[in-house]
Design a protein. Structure first.
Length: 763
């Protein structure tokens, strides 16, 4: 059972985003909505336009929108050749039931699912026949669909196991989701626990006398949650959506999910969050204002600064969780009570909503971007802490806690609802590095790096420097890793790690700036040469080196990826040569690589092609510090070659990179030295004229022009006549330009400003 074409009924925020994700994955989509008045396709067209203009972007490549065929719900026959049809219409049972009756009458053999956030599947199936029931299940995505990893699958007692498996495989492999099986209970797993936690945070905030700013400071990264914490998350989701989900949960569970009156007032004023410009927060110019629920006014945002928080914020998460409840006064009281109330609810409800505690943890980690799920967090503070805390709050000891023998997880097992410990289910097609490390398969290790043995003759180099930066320690470790792989006769090497956000922020600029200010130019020349040699060693390695970049992949991190034998990138790849933003040019081979890549690409078309087009393309990319917003865009830009791979699922990235090494290894031959024709003075004159025009139009400062002239000089192979050049010729010019720019006061000011603020300086 293979899903080759997708039907989406409903082009609203969620329906349009699901269609955009499927199309981004290369799957043809039919998207339908109710007919408009003058133009029957008016509503569905607007739905597609919303996704094309959405921020954050729903499409990984807007060109993939061509894969979406539009239609109306009067044209259900357009869905007949779809393999999966997902309903994403109004959140009421009756319209959904009516649609399913029409789909059944259509005679489609497709898998049919609902993206309802809480209506029980058994309600939606009322009146449907046996064949339809076998092909039906819930598929609950989370917004924003492209970026949140979770896909909850809700089978019914009638769902064919083959249907469930087909959806799991499609969700994980093609759409890149982490799938979790849920019971057909109100809110399923993530919303049931997540929305409960949000309502409790609001109530405790009021009872403990805290502000919205204070609560978000205490419920964000400090406790392993995203920066959006509680109220910022509400603004992103939409206060109206939050109310809809909480109202439905209250109705279906009989529990109290009511929002405070002041939240209702915000909704009544159309202060719904990001989509209306104001919610719990409001942006005024460049300033952020926070809603004061006591006065009903917006006031300038106040950052919570507390010495006790500063003392624990950099500790490992498990230690922070133990200490946050010990913060002084109302802060500690709030954090402790909120943790205990949420833990108690999770313990009570887990058997009702999930098939195991592993699913509960994954649902909160993938759906709400928690660093650790609730049961892992409970293990972190200790079960005795829970028992004491529950007693202090007058809460009963849940049965699941009574069954636990010291921990919920231990030695690769988890506590099941039957009171027994069972092995944690393996993740198909996934390599986790923690078990590799715990098994002692780390032949090399230093402060900023490690070499791990992934098995089957494949090793992995892990850059452990902060934000994956490349400095003397990590670069030296990479050379040791390359030596080791060759000496051991291994098949090849993967460059990757498991940080959820950043593959590499580039070179260690703090050390570069320090050396420049100390006048250590011989050391800097050697370090720059070493960086370039590392890039070229990756290119010339006698075995395949596969880079596995993801997230931020900037500067030197991009350069090392570009010089690897192949790239296996995660779909969310933000790759760029951004050195001009700090007053430099790409000095680790990046300038050379884009010149050679684009020139050779043109040379393959015809002998009389204008090679200046390749030079201009590289010049624009470098000068504008262009960064991809996805791996698909990185391919369009030229950072990825057509043969490079893209993994939709971040969890599978390292395993996919390992497979690529094994595929390439048997007949691998490294790339031979290359030559191209450099344009010299003619090309340089064209680029200098363009820079002069930008300066005359006041679109570039004098220092921008200086940087541009250095970039142009390298890309044109100098100022002489056109000539044939080697890679080393351009690397020498690149290194010279990099060091000259580093020696200027304005470049050093740019670097210092970026290190301090994280933002570029235009001087």
């Amino acid at each position: 059972m293979r899903i080759k074409k997708v039907g989406v009924v409903g082009s609203g925020t969620m329906g349009g985003a699901i269609a955009a994700l499927a199309a981004s994955a290369g799957v043809p989509v039919v998207m339908l909505d109710i007919p408009g008045q003058e133009d029957k396709l008016e509503l569905v067209k607007k739905g597609l336009e919303r996704q094309l203009g959405s921020k954050p972007a729903s499409f990984m490549d807007k060109g993939r929108a061509a894969l979406i065929e539009l239609g109306t719900t009067d044209e259900l026959e357009k869905l007949k050749d779809c393999d999966w049809i997902v309903e994403v219409i109004i959140e009421k049972p009756e319209p959904k039931q009516a649609l399913f009756a029409r789909l059944e009458a259509l005679g489609t053999k497709a898998i049919v699912s609902s993206n309802t956030s809480g209506i029980p599947m058994k309600t939606l199936l009322e009146g449907r026949g046996e064949a339809f029931r076998k092909r039906f299940l819930g598929t609950h995505f989370f917004a924003p669909v492209r970026y949140l990893h979770l896909l909850e699958l809700i089978p019914t007692p009638d769902t064919d196991p083959a249907v469930l498996e087909a959806m799991r495989q499609f969700g994980e492999r093609i759409l890149g989701k982490g799938t979790v099986l849920c019971k057909d209970a109100p809110g399923f797993i993530a919303n049931r626990l997540g929305v409960f936690g949000m309502t409790q945070a609001m109530r405790l905030m009021m009872s403990e006398g805290l502000t919205i700013d204070e609560v978000d400071a205490l419920t964000g990264p400090l406790v392993g949650r995203p920066k959006s914490a509680t109220f910022r998350t509400g603004d992103i989701s939409g206060l109206d959506v939050l109310k809809l989900v909480s109202t439905e949960l209250a109705h279906t569970t009989g529990e109290d999910f009511a929002m405070p009156d002041w939240v209702e007032n915000l909704i009544a004023q159309n202060h719904l969050g990001d989509k209306t410009g104001a919610g719990f927060y409001k942006k005024v110019g460049k300033d952020i204002f926070t809603y004061d629920y006591q006065t009903g006014e917006y006031k300038p945002q106040q950052k919570l600064r507390l010495d006790e928080i500063g003392a624990i914020k950099d500790l490992p998460l498990n230690e922070r969780l133990q200490k946050v409840g010990e913060l002084p006064g109302k802060y500690g009281a709030f954090a402790r009570k909120l943790f205990l109330i949420n833990a108690h609810y999770a313990l009570l409800k887990a058997p009702e909503i999930a098939y195991d505690i592993v699913s509960v943890d994954r649902a909160l980690e993938w759906g709400f971007a928690w660093e650790q799920g609730p049961f892992k967090n409970m293990d972190a503070v200790g079960l005795d802490y829970l028992r004491r805390g529950f007693a202090e709050l007058g809460l009963s000891e849940p049965e699941l806690l009574k069954k636990a023998q010291g921990r919920f997880y231990k030695d690769g097992t988890y506590l099941d609802f039957d009171g027994q410990y069972h092995p944690i289910p393996p993740e198909e097609g996934v390599i986790r590095l923690a078990p590799v490390k715990s098994a002692g398969r780390t032949p090399l290790e230093g402060k900023e790096y490690a070499l791990l043995d992934l098995g089957d003759g494949v090793a992995l180099f892990e850059n452990r420097a902060k934000m994956g930066t490349w400095g003397e320690g990590s670069i030296g470790g990479l050379h040791k890793a390359l030596d080791w792989v060759e000496a051991q006769g291994y098949a090849g090497l993967v460059i990757g790690h498991e940080d959820p956000r950043t593959f590499s922020a580039g070179a260690n600029l703090a050390l570069v700036l320090m050396a420049a200010r100390e006048g250590a130019w011989d050391d800097l020349e050697l370090a720059t040469r070493r960086f370039q040699q590392t890039s070229m060693r990756l290119r010339r390695a006698p075995f395949p080196v596969v880079a596995a970049p993801f997230g931020l992949t900037l500067g030197g991190g991009a350069e090392f990826s570009l010089h690897s034998s192949a790239i296996q990138a995660h779909a969310e790849l933000y790759m760029g040569l951004v050195e001009t933003g700090v007053g430099l040019l790409p000095g680790g081979g990046g300038t050379k690589e884009m010149l050679f890549r684009f020139t050779r690409e043109l040379s393959g078309y015809s002998s009389d092609i204008d090679l200046f087009e390749g030079v201009k393309r590289a010049f624009q990319m470098i000068m504008l510090a262009q960064t991809s917003t996805s791996a698909l865009e990185a391919r369009n830009m030229g950072f990825l070659r057509q043969g490079d791979g893209i993994s939709m699922n971040r969890d599978r990235l390292i395993a996919d990179a390992k497979r690529r090494v094994l595929f390439m290894a048997p007949d691998f031959v490294s790339q031979p030295p290359l030559k191209i024709r450099a344009l010299g003075a003619e090309g340089l004159g064209n680029l200098r004229y363009a820079l002069w025009q930008f300066q005359e139009a006041r679109q570039a400062s004098a220092h921008d022009v200086l940087i541009g002239n250095h970039v142009a000089y390298v890309l044109c192979g100098g100022d002489g006549p056109a000539r044939e050049v080697t890679e080393q010729d351009i690397l020498d010019l690149e290194r010279e330009g990099f060091l000259k720019l580093l020696g200027t006061q304005k470049t050093q000011e740019r670097i210092a400003h970026t290190l301090k603020t994280g933002k570029p300086l235009r001087n």
